[in-house]
Design a protein around this ligand. Sequence first.
Ligand code: SF4
Length: 508
Amino acid sequence: MALITKQDFIDSIADSLQFIACYHPIDFIQAMATAYEKEQSAAAKDAIAQILINSRMCAEDQRPICQDTGIVNVFIKVGMNAQWDTDQSLEEMVNEGVRRAYMHPDNVLRASVVSDPIGKRQNTRDNTPAVIHTQVVPGDTVEVHIAAKGGGSENKAKFTILNPSDNLVDWVLDTVPKMGAGWCPPGILSIGVGGTAEKAMLMAKEALMEPINIHELIEKGAETAAEKLRLELFEKVNQLGIGAQGLGGVTTVLDIKVSDYPTHAASLPVAIIPNCAATRHTHFTLDGHGAAEFTPPSLNDWPEITREVSSTTKHVNLDTVTQADIETWQPGDTLLLSGHLLTGRDAAHKRIADLFANGESLPEGLDFTNRFIYYVGPVDPVKNEVVGPAGPTTATRMDKFTEMMLDKTGLMGMIGKAERGPTAIKAIQKHRSVYLIAVGGSAYLVSKAIKSAKMVAFEELGMEAIREFYIEDMPVTVAVDSSGDSVHSSGPQEWKQKISEITIKHSP
Ligand code: SF4
């Protein structure tokens, strides 16, 4: 009988993670290409264009699609008759594969996992441990579904237990707009219904690793209650008008997955887990004949897309921009930024808040006066790169620090992804500041606008340290203007209305 060796298993895990970090699944590329063709909102179409161009560049250069290279999720089906040649547990082998993949010297992936989550939250430095689910099944092979799940989309997971008589569709349609755009739509929403609390979440997560095939279902027609629900939600979620990056548009979801399981007569557990613009997963089976192999898509699988700079795009020099300039910017305006900016995200903001709370000053050399901050935690550079993929992170996590930053540091504006909450908008309005967004899921493309990077403060925070970037022509959109008006409110509202008027059909 063929043996599944430790080496083959670890190599397969490591190779699969390097593979999915750089290559979108082909069904995702095709679904995004269709969304690009159908999109009628200029802002959403440009966001999809950036995601597709970024995706192709990553495939060409074998660099990560997103700066958040994810936490590893693995579903393993172990055949009851599978034979192993290993001295390690399944968990140890998975984690060894993760370690090798994320520390690969030619393509280091960003380590995002922290241990002691309610205490010190220290980065484990090699992205271990993975989250592993194992099932024992008939057969003699080992089947693995593996994903690298971004924090922005995982953070938007929702769960409830409805009454059996409640309307599940209403709950989903009420919940999805509240998820905001931090999950970097368009993507996939996976819904687990039934079982128990953990079963519903697990079903939702596992179904995210299935191929995008809603159009086959549209053609075939729904036969089961779950299929009917998929079709109904696919249409109704897209009619919400949220659109790419929450800018307002006709495509919010590329597919809806629904999995169900028998449940208690008193319960209707429902879980939603989204997958984002960095949908990363693959599947392999080991049968004792060597490690798994992964075939990249052909470069012809990406649509030919060129972005043109619109005549209304404003060129902004961050080194000379004035308060009067930023007060002319309107939500939805597109800008090309050049000059110097500072970076920082969760941990750096917390450090700054703690310094001020203790009556201390900012570290020497760190001065935010009249500067912009970019919420980013980049991937380490390789070869002659200045910085690795460096897309924006979800800005709402910085909302509680915004008043402090604007009030105490002289900060002029912020760049991140997705909407701001009421606290941050109030602070922006009060200080006549501005919030700009870059496209989440286009991290490698964004990094090409960064011409130099230097460490400024909190180096020990690793990817969360404060750096200074010099950028040229970095594309951004004005999301919250100095009056506090937000494109994430006006865009979806406008497109919800337009969609109801033009009745877009999401069929091929
Ligand atoms: S595409 Fe958006 S949600 Fe997904 S990993 Fe990247 S930043 Fe996070």
